[in-house]
Write a protein that binds this ligand. Structure first.
Ligand code: NAP
Length: 252
């Protein structure tokens, strides 16, 4: 799973899983663009990669804004010459009862979690199509629907993640003639700041762990290893797939 000479963009990479995706892909040899809404923390990740002998660049980008997304891809090509891998990872999760959810809150979640994935995928795919190769990895969630579990108080998040899974299948078909593979990763509960509100709710946490065959939440690096596999030639015949990584949650 060697990514030597590959260039990867990871969105939402200042912390959480995006950060470990950046570190793992860099360790495999990729030149990595560490992108997030705040450049300051991205720089810390870049320093960490450089300390390990890798190459990286921090780029501030709000994925819901087309101008910023186009600029991120432009800067990547200026610095590293191309884009081989996009990890659409940036996302937000707001917990709120459906009957209290505002139109603005719905729009914000869909703008970042779904429109942001479209904008980044399109900008990156235009570069990938020129070189007739590329890989797009979209991070959804087990909350994407059709999995036998409903998630209350997070309806807008679930809708965005279901949209990602559907978009992945359609994109995989449309981009295959350009030799671009597109896959979804659907994580279960992973130890990042995103699940802090769930961890505070001890009753919910207990119920979730009781349903989880492995009786523990996942580590960000465990998802990053799957990102590495899907980004590499080791997965050369996999496209249009949704790979669940959840400690057996859906099976339990
Ligand atoms: P996280 O630690 O909250 O990381 C998400 C990152 O995305 C944050 O750095 C966040 O910045 C950034 N971000 C938010 N809005 C953005 C925007 N408009 N443009 C660019 N970056 C933006 O969460 P995580 O758990 O690592 O989540 C990574 C992905 O995995 C998300 O798509 C999430 O939905 C998905 N996921 C997570 C879990 C889990 O259990 N943790 C499970 C399934 C799926 P700010 O901190 O400034 O908002």
């Amino acid at each position: 799973m060697d990514l030597k000479d590959k260039v990867a963009i990871i969105t939402g990479a200042r912390r959480g899983m995006g950060r470990t995706h950046a570190l793992v892909l860099a360790k495999a040899g990729a030149k990595v663009v560490v992108s997030d809404i705040s450049e300051k923390d991205c720089q810390k990740v870049v320093e960490e990669i450089k300390k390990g002998g890798g190459q990286a660049l921090a780029i501030k980008c709000d994925v819901s804004k087309k101008e910023e997304v186009d600029e991120m891809v432009k800067k990547t090509v200026e610095e590293f010459g191309k884009v081989d891998i996009l990890v659409n990872n940036a996302g937000i999760a707001q917990f709120k009862p459906f009957l209290e959810l505002t139109e603005e809150e719905w729009d914000r979640t869909l703008d970042i979690n779904l429109k942001g994935y479209f904008l980044c995928a399109q900008a990156a795919a235009k570069e990938m199509a020129k070189q007739k190769s590329g890989v797009i990895i979209n991070i959804a969630s087990v909350a994407m629907g059709q999995q036998g579990i409903g998630f209350p108080n997070i309806v807008h998040y679930c809708a965005s993640k279901g949209g990602i899974a559907a978009m992945t299948e359609a994109l995989a078909v449309e981009l295959a003639p350009h030799n671009i593979r597109v896959n979804t990763i659907a994580p279960g509960m992973i130890e990042t700041p995103m699940i802090d509100p769930i961890k505070k709710d001890l009753k919910t946490m207990e119920a979730m762990l009781a349903r989880l065959p492995m009786r523990r939440v996942g580590k960000p690096e465990e998802v990053s290893n799957l990102v590495l596999f899907l980004a590499s030639e080791a997965s050369s015949y996999i496209t249009g797939s949704t790979v669940v990584i959840d400690g057996g949650w859906l099976a339990g």
